[in-house]
Design a protein around this ligand. Structure first.
Ligand code: S3P
Length: 442
């Protein structure tokens, strides 16, 4: 197991890029595989999670060439796949398992999806129930609807599904299954979750319909093969944005980052907390652009309700921002964090406390009284990439040395995280500093 040792960082004055978006990389491979020809995917995130999706698609007979580290050529099979010869290993990736379940529900063969110890504890009933209503036979071999999943797919009926959770994974599983059903399948969610699947369907010329919180798709359409560019991952950028936001004289520019408004809640929260943010958005299939952030003495805020799905993966790092801010931050309606790669509310509370922060864990959130100086500590990642990265950033602000153990999990979403961290831990050189004055203020 590899550990990181982190010390207080100097003021950030630099620009950087982050690797491709994880959610979008998964979907690009899946939609390309369902399309009618070769699709070049640029900016792909070659992390363990996304490679699990590549592996899953390959096991269904899809030819996927790796042209260079971040460019794939996926040869679409018009949604007609071949039966896998062995089980499909989804590793740590909930997105792979849940979205593949949607695709496999529409295939006339049996498949078995397995995952690692963390994924094997995650709830799957949320996709089993709607997919079963559509006609698939799905058995969860684990307790209470947990993986492994055995899926016997076939002819599907369309479904009008009202989802009890605001989950992009659930919405996407049903919409992808809907591509194999005769007629119109729709999903209504309680609050808006990330909309990458809908956007990508649109980009691949399948026409989804959107009305309020309902998205529908007509089955029987074949996505049109096209080139697709994956933007940088705002959830990866969030670690550096918080590191810059919480230092009063810092200035950071993140280029080529995805700025889809179902994902940029982290920017809105940091603005509320006092950071100055400017951005330029260039809309392609997915909005992409530049974000400039200037640090400040942050203040506490409230994060709850409809904003939660928009910051679902950023809550660990926003909790770190809250500990560095003055005043109280209350995070609520975030019970979903208890069923992520680890129980993120418990993990964040424990690690913040070990660093000296004042934090109370509630059933569905955290209450953090910021401003107590953080001190270095030995912290566990709990095998969760976002916990490891959030507390590496906390270590940049702590007195003394912070050790994070079990850091190999970051390979699931951000393999080069440590290289960028090392760059920021060094003093900025003149060449790295840049003053950008032309971006409009958020
Ligand atoms: C994801 C959706 C979110 C998010 C996860 C990726 C996706 O999960 O936490 O990291 O790609 O659809 P839920 O849909 O379960 O909230």
């Amino acid at each position: 197991m590899s550990d990181w040792k982190i010390r207080r960082a100097p003021t950030i004055q630099t620009e950087l890029e982050v690797p491709g978006d994880k959610s979008i990389s998964h979907r690009a491979v899946m939609l390309a595989a369902m399309s009618n020809g070769p699709c070049v995917i640029k900016g792909f995130l070659p992390s363990e999670d996304c490679m699990a999706t590549v592996g899953a698609m390959r096991s269904l007979g899809v030819a996927i060439e790796v042209a260079d580290e971040t460019t794939l050529i996926v040869h679409g099979m018009r949604g007609v796949f071949t039966a896998p010869t062995g089980e499909i290993d989804c590793g740590n990736s909930g997105t792979t398992m849940r979205l593949m379940a949607g695709i496999l529900a529409g295939q006339p063969f049996r498949s078995r999806l397995v995952g690692d110890a963390s994924l094997s504890k995650r709830p799957m009933r949320r996709v089993i129930e709607p997919l079963t209503k559509m006609g698939a036979k799905i058995t969860a071999e684990g307790k209470d609807g947990r993986p492994p999943l055995v899926i016997e797919g076939g002819k599907l009926k369309p479904l009008q599904f009202v989802s009890p959770v605001a989950s992009a994974q659930v919405k996407s599983a049903v919409l992808l299954a809907g591509m194999f059903a005769k007629g119109k399948t729709s999903v209504t969610e309680p609050t808006q979750s990330r909309d990458h699947t809908e956007r990508m369907l649109e980009y691949f010329l399948v026409r989804p319909q959107k009305q309020g919180l309902t998205v529908s798709v007509f089955g029987g359409q074949t996505p049109e093969s096209r080139e697709f560019r994956v933007p940088g991952d705002i959830s990866s950028a969030a670690f550096w944005l918080v590191a810059a936001a919480a230092q009063p004289r810092s200035r950071l520019l993140v280029k080529n980052v995805g700025l889809n408004e179902t994902r940029t809640g982290v920017l809105a929260v940091l603005v509320r907390m006092g950071a100055a943010i400017r951005e330029v958005i260039d809309a392609q299939a997915e909005p992409i652009g530049v974000v400039e952030i200037q640090g400040a003495r942050l203040k506490g805020t409230e994060i709850k309700g409809a904003e939660i799905p928009n910051v679902i993966d950023e809550i660990p790092i926003l909790a770190v921002a809250a500990a560095l801010a003055h005043g109280k931050t209350v995070i609520s309606d975030a019970g979903e964090l208890r069923v992520k790669e680890t129980d993120r509310l418990a993990a964040v509370a424990m690690n913040l406390r070990l660093m000296g922060a004042q934090v109370a864990e509630t059933e569905d959130g955290l209450e953090i009284i910021g401003g107590t100086p953080l001190h270095g500590a030995r912290l566990d990642s709990f095998g969760d990439h976002r916990i490891a990265m959030a507390f590496a950033v906390a270590g940049m602000f702590a007195e003394g040395e912070t050790t994070i153990t079990g850091t190999e999990c970051v390979n699931t979403s951000y393999p080069n995280f440590y290289a960028t961290l090392e760059k920021l831990l060094k003093q900025p050189t003149e060449a790295q500093t840049r003053v950008i004055t032309s971006l409009p203020t958020r």
